[in-house]
Design a protein. Structure first.
Lengths: 341, 345
């Protein structure tokens, strides 16, 4: 069994307007030392998945089913207290906005020390030394002095570094980063991406990076999972996704994005319409109202939910089009348009 | 082309005072925009890029005269508008409009789409032939919204559709110049592309001139004819799109371009990257002389003592650096020369 394994995870929220199916049958596995990128637009269920793995929906209104196996332990059925004991120690999270994720009233040092002492029976002095070490490790200058600073005294990039230090303080084996660089400027983003890549190698943790930015995913990930409407629509190695994508939604994402590494194209090739509401997910394939190739499925996309099937060597695609057809469309109709004429 | 620029900005400055104590004694100033000059020709798109705190948004607000500059001039169609009174500015507001970043906070939630897009007609007291409602519906159709949604409220629309409502309001009075401040950064990737395409279509249909303010270098390259890079209140480089992206001269531009993540997993190992250390310094206390010297790997003593002027180093390509890269030989900028008078075009 893999280090982390999700089997048919479903996270549904009952609301007055209906049942919100944020995550609807998600399965994947991840080994230590590997990085999985989860890509999707707002409302695709990517953040709900990460909070679900950390057990942060427990005790709320969410209806959770399926299985989450972390290092041989099942988490969906585990008690809240048990999962709390794992959080921080076994698995940790880096949030998007460090200013709202850190407590403004306590110094950065106090917050790292608190987390460290919950999981390790050490004196305050030892914990403080550890906090200074961690801050130094993530590249904060003068960590002995900065450990006593408050979050607001840090710049955006430094704050994100402090948050990474906090997440790593108990040496977690699973690290989930939810939009870790979205709030940062591009030069600082590059620093943080480098840092995350180095630290993951040093700590040999399993890393899940959740983002809407295909560039960030390509920089970090070994494997990529594309989510749409609460389901995985395509899964593969990052080479599979960027060089041989087979799902029309992935094609749409690639066509929507202007790229600096290629000659500028005349026009972008957006996906029509907007992401679906998770209360009224379209029938059949959730993507069919926006899909440019929907009519080639002879109406099946409207009525039948496609299965997530393997096309080749672990590359999974959820689409009614046949493999040959998808490959022909990619080679002849999509790929040439992505490159400038 | 020797025509008059639609908009000409010379030595524009905006210093926000920092006060202290009961008597509000001024103890300093945030030099948000500190002496920038550029021209915008009719029909072109100028991109303004930079990191947070570089003054790009303040520049947009100065051009639209939402705030008053502390120095320099803004000339629009031959009229100096830098210190015009609100009353005299009113007719000008028809010609210069703004698209905002956040489609959630820039639309009044208690007004219908019809009221929002019709507001410019009401405020400017403009009567259209077939009545305001008809005119508004035509604009809604132009930006790709259903004209029957005239009576709906903003919360009934998705983020991309709301941004379209904002664009419709901007277009209501057929402006000549549109300042778009981060028009797509709050939108999902697939929606961003729709809005970028819409902006381009509208430009060719309605003969619009854009100043697009954004931090995303790939979007700016896609949409702009010329691009200006700002750092701590100054323009460090301005050039046409091809020149700036293919042969950047200022080290900061180089660093910015190199920091953009490339969506190509094969390329991540082979890329030669420039990694800037640290963050952008505070504009309250910008470094002396060349403001980039604290983070620049090429910095020498001269960079800490003499501020490099913005010089024309190649046709249509200006950069403010003592040690520019990709500069054609003969334009040795190491010794400060006369500042370039007018941008070459």
């Amino acid at each position: 069994m893999s280090f982390l394994e999700l089997k048919d995870l479903r996270i549904h929220f009952p609301t007055d307007d209906g049942l919100v199916k944020s995550v609807d049958g998600l399965s994947f596995s991840l080994e230590r030392g590997r990085t999985l990128g989860i890509v999707g637009e707002s409302g695709s269920g990517k953040s709900v998945t990460s909070l679900g793995i950390l057990g942060l929906h427990k005790g709320g209104r969410a209806r959770i089913s399926g299985e989450i196996w972390l290092d041989g332990e099942e988490l969906v059925g585990a008690s809240q207290e048990h999962v709390r004991g794992l959080r921080g120690k076994k698995m940790a999270m880096i949030f998007q906005d460090p200013l709202s994720a850190m407590h403004p009233f306590y110094t950065v040092g106090e917050q790292i020390i608190e987390a460290y002492r919950i999981h390790n029976d050490v004196s305050k002095k030892v914990a403080r030394k550890h906090a200074v070490d961690m801050l130094g490790r993530v590249g904060i200058p003068q960590p002995e002095r900065r450990v006593d600073s408050y979050p607001h005294e840090f710049s955006g990039g430094m704050r994100q570094r402090a948050m990474i230090a906090m997440a790593l303080s108990c040496d977690p084996e699973l690290l989930i980063a939810d939009e870790p660089t979205t709030a940062l400027d591009v030069t600082v983003q590059a620093q943080i991406l480098d840092l995350m890549r180095d630290l993951q190698r040093d700590f040999n943790a399993a890393l899940i990076v959740i983002t809407h930015d295909l560039g960030v995913v390509a920089e970090l990930s070994d494997d990529i999972l594309v989510m749409y409407g609460g389901k995985c629509v395509e899964y593969g190695t990052s080479e599979d996704i960027f060089e041989r994508p087979e799902h029309p939604y992935t094609w749409g994402l690639l066509g929507s994005m202007p790229r600096l590494d290629r000659e500028p194209t005349e026009r972008l090739l957006p996906i029509k319409g907007s992401p679906p509401s998770l209360i009224n997910v379209p029938s059949g394939c959730a993507f069919h109202p926006r899909c440019a190739f929907e009519e080639r499925t002879a109406g099946r996309a409207k009525t039948e939910v496609p299965e997530l099937l393997e096309t080749e060597g672990g590359h999974l695609v959820r689409c009614h089009l046949t493999r040959e057809r998808r490959r022909a469309i990619w080679e002849n109709e999509i790929k040439p348009n992505l490159e400038a004429s | 082309m020797n025509e008059e620029p639609l908009l000409s900005v010379q030595g524009l400055e905006k210093h926000f005072p920092v006060t202290k104590g009961l008597l509000k004694r001024q103890v300093g100033a945030v030099r948000a925009v500190d002496g920038i000059s550029f021209d915008v020709m009719k029909g072109e798109t100028l991109g303004l890029v930079g990191e947070s705190g570089c003054g790009k948004t303040t520049t947009g607000r100065l051009i639209t005269r939402l705030i008053e500059p502390t120095g320099g001039t803004i000339v629009f169609e031959g009229n100096d508008i830098s210190h015009m009174s609100q009353g005299r500015l009113r007719p000008l507001r028809r010609d210069v409009q703004m698209i905002f970043q956040d489609p959630y906070s820039s639309l009044n939630p208690r007004h219908t789409v019809g009221a929002i897009v019709g507001a410019p007609f009401r405020i400017q007291g403009i009567k259209t032939e077939q009545g305001t409602k008809k005119a508004v519906q035509e604009i809604l159709e132009l930006v790709g919204l259903n004209p029957e949604h005239y009576n709906r409220y903003p919360h009934e629309f998705s983020g991309g559709q709301r941004q379209r409502i904002g664009i419709a309001r901007t277009l209501a009075l057929k402006p000549k110049l549109i300042i778009a401040d981060e028009p797509v950064s709050a939108l999902d990737v697939s929606i961003q592309a729709q809005v970028v395409n819409l902006l381009e279509d509208l430009q060719s249909e309605l003969d619009l001139t854009y100043v697009v303010i954004a931090h995303d270098l790939s979007v700016v390259r896609h949409i702009s004819d010329r691009v200006a890079v700002m750092y701590l209140g100054k323009i460090v480089e301005i050039a046409d799109r091809k020149g700036l992206y293919e042969a950047p001269m200022h080290p900061y531009t180089n660093a910015l371009l190199s920091a953009v993540p490339i969506p190509d997993p094969k390329r991540r190992k082979e890329r030669d990257r420039i990694r800037l250390q640290g963050d952008v310094p505070s504009p309250l206390n910008p470094p002396p002389a060349c403001r980039f010297h604290t983070r620049c790997w090429k910095a020498q003593d001269i960079c800490r003592q003499v501020e490099p002027p913005l010089l024309t180093l190649a046709p249509g390509h200006q950069a403010a650096c003592h040690f520019p890269e990709n500069a054609p030989s003969g334009s040795a900028a190491a010794a400060p020369q006369e500042p370039a008078a007018a941008p070459a075009d």
